[in-house]
Design a protein around this ligand. Structure first.
Ligand code: G4P
Length: 191
């Protein structure tokens, strides 16, 4: 998505060879117009994938997911991050490890927001190691539902997440694919 790539080049800051700061439009400040255009791109790609529901992971996935849900006219559900396991019959939970933040959390979904007939599109802001996406997939599949696809705003293609998901047979569509980060360097995968 050209507008997104240009925005990353203009306002993104490579903090290291692995971390891209995009606080001005995605992770802290949110550019609603850009989020709308992101929603349009996901809709254009996924509209024939028989999606019934859109899932995201709090908190930075919410803005792109809600814009996609609005344009696809679908319900949206935010998967919650709890610090500890809650033993309740009406919840699905799975442990997710974040390599970027060196923490574990319990990704949590209430059973009332999914049924086995659902085809779920998972949307998130970043794809790094794929742990968050794999956690969301586990919850969907534990409910007996299907994953219709995975939509990512910024993929760090030099990290293993994308390949892991593709190797498991999931359709991963990323709007900006970064091949390299470094001091003053932000490069995209040539497509
Ligand atoms: P993974 O799911 O692909 O394995 O990624 P990981 O756990 O390593 O990422 C943990 C958190 O860090 C996620 O945010 C993810 O969006 C974010 N993240 C990963 N790489 C980058 C990066 O290069 N730049 C920025 N800005 N964020 C990155 P989170 O903890 O879910 O936070 P939030 O959604 O509440 O913002």
């Amino acid at each position: 998505m050209e507008t997104l790539k240009q925005r990353i080049l203009a306002d993104g800051v490579a903090l290291s060879e692995t971390v891209l700061k995009v606080d001005s439009f995605l992770n802290h400040g949110v550019d609603a117009q850009l989020m709308y255009e992101i929603g349009t791109s996901f809709k254009n790609y996924f509209e024939h994938h028989q999606v019934t529901k859109i899932f995201t992971i709090e908190s930075s996935g919410i803005a792109p997911a809600v814009m996609t849900a609005m344009q696809m006219d679908l319900p949206m559900v935010t998967l919650k991050k709890q610090s500890s396991k809650i033993l309740k019959d009406d919840l699905y939970q799975t442990t997710v490890h974040s390599f970027t933040k060196s923490t574990d959390y319990q990704l949590t979904l209430s059973k009332k927001y999914i049924s086995k007939d659902d085809h779920v599109l998972i949307i998130d802001d970043f794809l790094a190691n794929g742990e968050a996406a794999l956690g969301a997939i586990r919850l969907v599949e534990e409910a007996g539902a299907k994953v219709a696809g995975i939509g990512i705003v910024i993929e760090k293609s030099f990290q293993p997440g994308r390949q892991l998901l593709v190797d498991k047979g999931y359709d991963v569509y990323s709007l900006a694919r970064i091949s390299k980060l470094g001091s003053g360097i932000i490069e995209f995968v040539e497509e």
